[in-house]
Design a protein around this ligand. Structure first.
Ligand SMILES: C[S@@+](CC[C@H](N)C(=O)[O-])C[C@H]1O[C@@H](n2cnc3c(N)ncnc32)[C@H](O)[C@@H]1O
Length: 270
């Protein structure tokens, strides 16, 4: 791929998805777009670029972003965040709060929001709290991965990190066809609303306030201005005292006065 073509792809991906590809990512881009090019019977990256530009529906651009985004995730990833969330939810419930809203802001194939749902549900059950309206908003830029998330179907080995009692309670074996799979039970699926959302988009359709926001292992792909803008947008949609969880290897320290550092990867709305 010529450098000039790469630069055009890079700008397109940056503008549409906020994903900042480094100078050395030509081989990555080439391998990620190969599948679409084969499907569309195109021979060169330049032809593919032209096709994306000419597609006024924007669908091909979505395919491009889908193929670049890394969807790696798993249940109970970075578990300390879920312990912290549970304590926070228990505190809110003890104060008598009846409405709980949590946002999983780059939810990938659903493991993160379903883990949140299990943790929130467990907190409610432990306290015997009644009439609590608990909902999780789960958003991602990839429409392909969102379809998987909505289905909530996982291979048995994918739920191995879920504590056995929660596996029993919230996953049911699929009897027809895919025998080795389980599906998240309806009770949890009803708690989670999946929506397509670009974190680098112009407007967000929701206002909040959210009692917790998870934005983990996605900002690493964004440049610093994009990250700063996003963290400030989160702050406006969070309730006082709400935690923002970022990936364990990420830091947004000093990005927003209203979201000061609490401990590694946790920021609390003031
Ligand atoms: C590595 S996964 C992280 C999933 C989960 N948060 C976790 O920590 O396990 C990153 C996700 O971010 C999504 N993503 C990338 N750029 C995005 C953007 N601009 N807006 C929304 N989601 C984005 C990808 O589609 C992918 O599903």
């Amino acid at each position: 791929m010529h450098q000039a073509t790469y630069d055009l792809f890079r700008k397109m991906i940056q503008d549409a998805g906020g994903i900042a590809l480094g100078d050395d990512k030509i081989p990555l881009l080439r391998s990620r777009i190969r599948g679409r090019m084969t499907k569309l019977k195109l021979d060169t990256p330049e032809q593919y670029l032209k096709q994306i530009r000419e597609d006024e529906s924007g669908r091909e651009l979505t395919h491009l972003i889908d193929s670049i985004a890394t969807n790696y995730t798993f249940f109970f990833r970075e578990e300390q965040h879920f312990n912290s969330l549970k304590n926070h939810v228990i505190k809110l419930l003890r104060k008598g709060q009846k409405k709980l809203r949590v946002w999983s802001a780059a939810c990938s194939s659903g493991e993160e929001p379903y883990t949140i749902a299990m943790v929130v549900r467990s907190a409610i059950m432990e306290l015997g709290a009644r009439d609590v309206d608990a909902k999780i908003l789960a958003t991602d830029i990839s429409t392909k991965i969102l379809r998987e998330a909505v289905a909530g179907i996982y291979r048995n080995e994918q739920i191995s990190r879920v504590p056995p009692a929660l596996q029993q309670k919230y996953f049911k074996p699929l009897t027809s066809g895919r025998r080795e799979c389980v599906q998240v039970c309806e009770e949890l699926r009803n708690m989670v609303t999946f929506r397509h959302l670009n974190l680098n988009g112009k407007t967000f359709p929701m206002k909040g306030p959210f009692d917790a926001v998870f934005c983990r292992n996605v900002m690493i792909y964004f440049d610093e201005p994009t990250r700063t803008k996003l963290v400030n947008r989160f702050a406006h949609m969070m309730a006082d005292g709400a935690p923002l969880y970022v990936g364990m290897t990420e830091s947004v320290m000093g990005y927003c006065k209203e979201l000061p550092y609490e401990e590694p990867s946790v920021y609390i709305k003031k």
